[in-house]
Unconditional design. Structure first.
Length: 490
């Protein structure tokens, strides 16, 4: 999987389309989570009203993010936590490493966290001789396989039971079996030992409450609760957009996130952590550190269109609904954030020059916008990023900006298109020629599969019709009908 980067999306997608096992896993994901979500959203009154409220809370927070971040940091420190500020991935990793080194931590457990995936924290720690153990079952599986997550919520969705069984036999040393109970109890046995030995726990954060300095982690396996309560030291890595103003706001998000993500009314565990434990008899860590990470988020915040990217609550619903993700899965995107939200976040994090193909990985059908619990207009964001690419990007750090290299043939084609379509006489001539030419390939009013000489003449026509029909140019254009109407002809 290492060869799959954002820059090779085109090739990655083609390879994914030939992977039958992956396609079967994705069909299963879409039907299971998609159907469960449909049922789950009927269990709350006024789903649309909830979405509106969630978006309003996020908009309010993002408009005054500086104020809420300071409030969160003050209240968290008052409760005994230490807050650290990281401008980028490098600083965030350095802070975590320093904390672990200063406390001589050797055994480290981690719960699932997209923020730590984003900054490649495991690789940074491993490079310094530390070996953090992922404790979410899916994350542990992909850690053993040296892979990256292929979905925001279910990271190992691309793996079959057989592949997991083979992996466990090879890496954990058990007898080969595809008995799920044996596989899960093996994971529990190994991971429980890791929890018992852990000096430090690392997690992400679902929501940080400014009013109280509390952070919340949602999960289904209990591993996040063990990660945050058993080791003496806990480090939470949190994107600055995770803030919400008030504890009562959680009521809205706790109704939306599990229903949208996995079709659950509520996740099995919700861990709310406010500072350190207050007495020796309490549960919880003696030290809590919160790393508040920017890593490109301020740039997103500064533009009125891209700002809405920061409202994302990482539920994964847009992935499940996306016809592109449904076919190619997550690894093809070459980023820890796949699917529609990945196609807008990744170019903003990594720079458009590196991820220029991703905003085009969409048919703009709007399915992502329909299911998003915080009403993020992903198609609008995709179009905005495409415009940035066409006009010479302003997105990214200084070294990420600049014109994106496009294929010469594509540039020429679009220049020709723009020239023809901005001259009415040429446009009219073009439609007449197209009408004549299409006669050779038209069947029952549609253009079916185009091959042979015509496809060589116009390769995009051959590529488009290889898997779908194309609408034919109408026998008479609107202008012709309009003109005929004015002159009394029909
Ligand atoms: S963009 Fe919306 S649907 Fe997609 S992961 Fe974020 S919150 Fe969920």
């Amino acid at each position: 999987m290492d060869h799959q980067t954002t820059e090779t999306f085109d090739q990655n997608a083609r390879e994914a389309l030939t992977d039958e096992q992956l396609r079967a896993a994705l069909r299963n994901l879409v039907t299971t989570f998609g159907e469960r979500r449909k049922v789950a959203i009927t269990t709350v009154d006024d789903w649309e009203g909830l979405r509106e409220r969630a978006r309003a809370i996020k908009d309010e927070t993002l408009t005054h993010l500086d104020k809420y971040l300071e409030e969160f940091a003050d209240n968290a420190e008052r409760a005994g936590a230490r807050v650290h500020w990281a401008r980028d991935a490098r600083e965030a990793c350095a802070i975590v490493l320093k904390l672990l080194r200063e406390r001589a931590c050797e055994h480290i457990v981690k719960s699932k966290s997209m923020a730590t995936e984003e900054i490649h924290l495991n690789a940074a720690l491993e490079a310094e001789g530390l070996a953090p153990v992922e404790t979410d079952l899916g994350e542990w599986i992909i850690q053993l396989a040296h892979e990256t997550p292929s979905h925001i919520v279910v990271p190992a969705i691309h793996k079959s039971k057989k592949q997991i069984a083979e992996l466990f036999a090879e890496k954990v040393g058990i007898e080969p079996t595809d008995d799920v109970a044996v596989l899960t109890s093996t994971a529990r046995r190994v991971l429980r030992q890791c929890f018992a030995e852990a000096d430090a726990g690392i997690s992400g954060v679902n929501f940080g409450v400014a009013e109280t300095g509390t952070f919340l982690i949602l999960e289904n396996e209990g591993n996040a609760r063990l990660t945050t309560s058993m080791p003496k030291i806990h480090i939470a890595v949190m994107g600055i957009e995770k803030i919400i103003p008030r504890l009562v706001d959680l009521d809205v998000f706790l109704k939306l996130l599990p229903r949208s993500g996995t079709g659950q009314r509520l996740t099995s565990y919700q861990s709310l952590i406010t500072g350190v434990k207050k007495s020796v008899d309490d549960e919880g860590p003696e030290e809590v550190h919160i790393v508040l990470m920017d890593n490109g988020r301020s740039r997103m915040l500064s533009h009125p269109v891209t700002r809405q990217s920061l409202a994302c609550i990482r539920c994964g619903a847009c992935l499940n609904a996306c016809p592109v993700y449904q076919q190619i899965g997550g690894h093809a995107y070459g980023s820890v954030y796949p699917g529609p939200i990945g196609a807008v976040i990744t170019p903003q994090l990594a720079g458009i020059k590196k991820a220029a193909q991703l905003p085009y990985a969409s048919s703009l059908c709007g399915a992502c916008r329909e299911v998003c619990p915080v009403k993020i207009d992903i198609p609008e964001l995709l179009l905005h990023l495409r415009a940035e690419i066409a006009e010479g990007t302003t997105v990214g750090t200084a070294d990420q900006k600049g014109p994106v290299k496009r294929k010469l043939s594509e540039q020429m084609a679009f220049r020709l298109y723009a020239f023809l379509w901005s001259h009415p006489s040429l446009y009219n001539l073009g439609t007449r020629v197209a009408r004549l030419m299409q006669r050779t390939v038209m069947r029952n009013g549609h253009i079916g599969r185009v091959s042979g000489f015509v496809s060589k003449l116009a390769p995009p026509l051959g590529a488009w019709t290889a898997s779908r029909d194309m609408r034919a140019v109408a026998p008479r254009s609107f202008r012709e009908k309009w003109r005929d109407g004015l002159s009394g002809r029909r």
